[in-house]
Unconditional design. Structure first.
Length: 364
C-alpha cells in the first residue's frame, strides 16, 4: 500500500500566546532584533492551479478538505486585524493564498484595506500575489479599489513546461494577457515570480529573461523551497541564484544594484545596457532571516512568524472572543517579542522533513 501524505492545514497545533509584557510600548523588536514591518494575509486556501511545488494533485485532489466559509476570517475581521497591525508598525500588506483572486468580492476587501492610514498619516502599501489567471478580467477593478501593485507568478513561456508545472492545463498566453492588463491598469511595476526547479524549468530561465528585458516589468527568480510537507523537496532540485545570475549575465551583462529598502528579500541586478532589472530570491542558498520583518495571517486567522512554521497563534479566537483592540495589540506584541525564527539559516535534510504549514494555506 502506498503511504498517503496528509497535508498539514492547521492540525490544531496552535501555540498558547507567550506571556504579555503589558503595556505594549510600541513597535518592539523580536528576540533577534527584527522589527515587524510586513504582513501577508492569505485570503483563501483554494486555487485553480495545482503547481507541483505547492499543491500537488495527489494531495490536493477533489476530496481535499478545504476550509469551510465560516472558518475564514471575514473582510471585517481581516480589516480590523490589519488596522491593529498598522497601529503596531507594519507598513505593507500583501494579499495572497491559495489564489487570492478566487476569494469572492476581493475588490471590496481591497477597498477596506486601502483606506487604512499609518500612524504618521501615510497610506498603507497594498499589493497582491496572483497566478494571473483572472487578472486580465480583474486588473482594472483591483486598481480602482486601491491596490497599488501586483506580483504575477509565471514559471515558463512555453505551454508544455508551464502546464506541466501548473498541472491544470492553463496556457501561458492568458497569464501574459493578465500581466499586460495589470500594466495598463497602472498596477506597475509588475513583478513576475518564477520558481526554478532543476530539470523542470531551468531551460526557461533565458527565454524568460529575454522576454521581460526592456518591458518595465521586474522578473524575479525564486529558489525552489521546502515549504509545506507535500512537495517532495530535495536540495538537488534547487538551482542556486548565483548560477542563474551567471547564466543570464553571460548573455546579457548584469551589475548588482542596491536594495530599494533595508531587508528587501530580492537581490537586485540591472542590465548594463540600461534595459531594466531582475531579481533573485535566494531563500535556500543565502538565507535572509536576519532581516526578516514579516508576519503571516492564515486564511482562518492564525498568526505565523515564519513561512516554515509548524504551528501558529490563534488570532481568530481573539477576534471572535470579544477581545478589545488593545488586547489584540498586546497579543501581537507578545508573539513578536518572543519570535526567534531563522529556519532558512538552519535548514537541513532533517528540517526539510518536518510537518510545516502548507504554503497554499499560509500564503507565499
Ligand atoms: N497563487 C498565487 C501565486 O501563485 O502567485 C499566490 C500564492 S503562491 C503560494 C505565492 C508564491 O509562492 C508564488 O509566486 C509561488 O510561485 C511561490 N511558491 C509556492 N511554492 C513554492 C516553493 N515550493 N518554492 C518557492 N516558491 C514557491
Ligand atoms: Fe496555486 Fe499559487 Fe500554489 Fe500555484 S503557487 S498552486 S497558483 S497557490
Ligand atoms: Fe523569515 Fe522564516 Fe524565511 Fe527566515 S525562514 S526569512 S525567518 S520566513
Amino acid at each position: 500500500m502506498t503511504e498517503r501524505v496528509i497535508a498539514l492545514v492547521d492540525a490544531g497545533r496552535h501555540k498558547p500566546l507567550p506571556p504579555q509584557a503589558e503595556p505594549a510600548a510600541g513597535p518592539a523588536r523580536d528576540r533577534l532584533g527584527r522589527a515587524l514591518r510586513d504582513l501577508r494575509i492569505s485570503v483563501t486556501d483554494r486555487c485553480n492551479f495545482r503547481c507541483v511545488y505547492c499543491m500537488p494533485k495527489e494531495i490536493f485532489g477533489k476530496d481535499y478538505p478545504y476550509l469551510a466559509h465560516s472558518a475564514l476570517l471575514s473582510f471585517e475581521e481581516i480589516t480590523r486585524l490589519a488596522k491593529i497591525f498598522a497601529d503596531y508598525g507594519i507598513e505593507k500588506i500583501r494579499l495572497t493564498g491559495g489564489e487570492p483572486l478566487l476569494r469572492r468580492n476581493i475588490e471590496r476587501l481591497i477597498e477596506m484595506l486601502a483606506a487604512i492610514t499609518l500612524p504618521d498619516g501615510r497610506r498603507i502599501e497594498l499589493t497582491l500575489t496572483t497566478n494571473g489567471s483572472s487578472l486580465a478580467k480583474k486588473a482594472r477593478a483591483l486598481k480602482d479599489a486601491g491596490l497599488q501593485r501586483v506580483t504575477v507568478s509565471l514559471d515558463a513561456l512555453d505551454d508544455a513546461t508551464f502546464m506541466a508545472m501548473n498541472d491544470a492545463d492553463f496556457p501561458v498566453a492568458k497569464v501574459l494577457a493578465g500581466i499586460d492588463a495589470a500594466d495598463a491598469a497602472g498596477l506597475a511595476p509588475v513583478k513576475i515570480n518564477m520558481v526554478v526547479k532543476r530539470g523542470v524549468n531551468e531551460h526557461s530561465i533565458l527565454p524568460m529573461a529575454r522576454r521581460f528585458k526592456g518591458s518595465g516589468h521586474v522578473l524575479r527568480f525564486i529558489e525552489f523551497m521546502d515549504v509545506g510537507a507535500t512537495n517532495g523537496w530535495r536540495m538537488d532540485d534547487v538551482i542556486p541564484s548565483r548560477d542563474i545570475i551567471s547564466m543570464i549575465g553571460e548573455q546579457m551583462p548584469l551589475e548588482a544594484i542596491d536594495p530599494n529598502y533595508p531587508g528587501e528579500v530580492a537581490e537586485r541586478w540591472r542590465y548594463r545596457d540600461g534595459s531594466g532589472e531582475i531579481g533573485v530570491i535566494s531563500s535556500v542558498t543565502q538565507a535572509f532571516c536576519r532581516s526578516c520583518t514579516r508576519a503571516r495571517i492564515s486564511t482562518e486567522g492564525m498568526l505565523y512568524t515564519c513561512l516554515f512554521a509548524t504551528s501558529g497563534y490563534d488570532f481568530r479566537s481573539l477576534l471572535r472572543g470579544g477581545k478589545s483592540d488593545a488586547e489584540i495589540r498586546a497579543a501581537i506584541a507578545a508573539v513578536w517579542g518572543a519570535r526567534d525564527d531563522r529556519y532558512s539559516e538552519i535548514r537541513s535534510a532533517e528540517t526539510a522533513k518536518a510537518r510545516k504549514i502548507e504554503m497554499s494555506y499560509i500564503g507565499g
